[in-house]
Write a protein that binds this ligand. Structure first.
Ligand code: CAA
Length: 260
C-alpha cells in the first residue's frame, strides 16, 4: 500500500510514522485512519522493528483534530451507521502490542490529542498544546478524549478542558501527568527516536508484557491487576531471555536477547 497522508521510515529497529497533511495541520480523515492502520499492522508484524514513533509533519501541529471538512456534511445517521471513529480504537490501539511513542510537536487538539493519548506515552516539545475543543463545534470527544484524558489528568483538569475547550501547554501537561517529558522543539524527534531505540533494544517479550501489564491497571481492580502482574512475571521467568538477562547481570555484561 502506498501512502498519501503519512510517511513511514525505518530507523534501525524503530519505525517512524509521520502524519503528513501539513496544510490541514495534519487533520485526521478516513484516509489517515486507513493508512495508519496499515502502517501499524506492518510495524507489528515486522520482527526487525521493536518500537514506533508517531509525529506530525511541520512544526505547527501533531494533529489539529479529526478532519472537520470531512464531517461537516455528514448526517447523524451516517455517523451512527458507519460507527464513526470505531476503527481508531479497534485497529491501532487493541492490535498493537509493541510499544509506540507519540512525539507531539505543536497542536494536539481533539482527535490529535486523542491519538497522542493512544500512544504508550507522549514526549512533548515545549511548544506543544493539548486540547479537547469539540464543545466549540457543538460536539464532544469521540476518539477517547473524555475517557483517556480523565484517566491521565483527573476529573478537575479533564472537565476544565472539555467544558471550556481551552488548550493546555506542555508544562501544564507534564505537571498533570499527560506527558512523560518535555524537550525543546528542535530536539523532539531526536529524543523520541533515541528513547524508542532504547526500548527497541530491550528483551522483546518482556517489553510487550510490561506494556500489557501497565494497561491492565486501567481495565481492572487492584486485586485482579496484582494477580495478572504476578502471573505475567512468572510467565517471563520461563523464557530463555530471563536466563540470559540474569546471567548477564551476574557476569557484568550486557544481555543478548533472542525474543524467546
Ligand atoms: N479539520 C480540518 N481542517 C483543519 C483542522 C481540522 N480539525 N484544523 C485546521 N485545519 C485546516 C484549516 O481549515 C486551514 O485550512 P485552509 O488553509 O484550507 O483554510 C489550515 O488547516 C490551517 O489552519 P488555520 O488557518 O485555522 O490555522 P491557525 O494557526 O489560524 O489556527 C488552530 C490553528 C487553532 C489549530 C485551528 O486550525 C483550529 O482551531 N483547528 C480546529 C481544532 C479543532 O476544533 N479540533 C477538533 C476537531 S473535532 C474532533 O477532533 C472530534 C473528535 O473527538 C475526534
Amino acid at each position: 500500500m502506498s501512502y498519501e497522508t503519512i510517511l513511514v521510515e525505518q530507523k534501525g529497529a524503530v519505525t517512524l510514522i509521520t502524519l503528513n497533511r501539513p496544510k490541514a495541520l495534519n487533520a485526521l480523515n478516513s484516509t489517515v485512519l486507513a493508512e495508519l492502520t496499515d502502517a501499524f499492522a506492518k510495524f507489528e508484524a515486522d520482527k526487525s522493528q521493536g518500537c514506533a514513533v508517531l509525529t506530525g509533519s511541520g512544526d505547527k501541529a501533531f494533529a489539529a483534530g479529526a478532519d472537520i471538512k470531512e464531517m461537516v456534511e455528514k448526517s447523524g445517521a451516517e455517523f451512527f451507521l458507519e460507527d464513526f471513529f470505531a476503527g481508531w480504537q479497534a485497529d491501532i490501539v487493541r492490535r498493537t502490542r509493541k510499544p509506540w511513542i507519540a512525539a507531539v510537536n505543536g497542536f494536539a487538539l481533539g482527535g490529535g490529542c486523542e491519538l497522542a493519548m493512544m500512544a504508550d506515552f507522549i514526549i512533548a516539545s515545549d511548544t506543544a498544546q493539548f486540547g479537547q475543543p469539540e464543545i466549540k463545534l457543538a460536539v464532544a470527544p469521540g476518539m477517547g478524549g473524555s475517557q483517556r484524558l480523565t484517566r491521565a489528568v483527573g476529573k478537575a483538569k479533564a472537565m476544565d478542558m472539555c467544558l471550556t475547550g481551552r488548550n493546555m501547554g506542555a508544562e501544564e501537561a507534564e505537571r498533570s501527568g499527560l506527558v512523560s517529558r518535555i524537550v525543546p522543539a528542535d530536539q523532539l524527534l531526536d529524543e523520541a527516536l533515541k528513547t524508542a531505540g532504547k526500548i527497541a533494544a530491550m528483551p522483546p517479550l518482556a517489553t510487550m508484557i510490561n506494556k500489557e501489564m501497565v494497561n491492565v491497571a486501567f481495565e481492572t481492580t487492584l486485586d485482579q491487576g496484582l494477580l495478572a502482574e504476578r502471573r505475567m512475571f512468572q510467565i517471563l521467568t520461563s523464557t530463555e531471555d530471563k536466563v540470559e538477562g540474569m546471567t548477564a547481570f551476574v557476569e557484568k555484561r550486557p544481555g543478548v536477547w533472542k525474543g524467546k
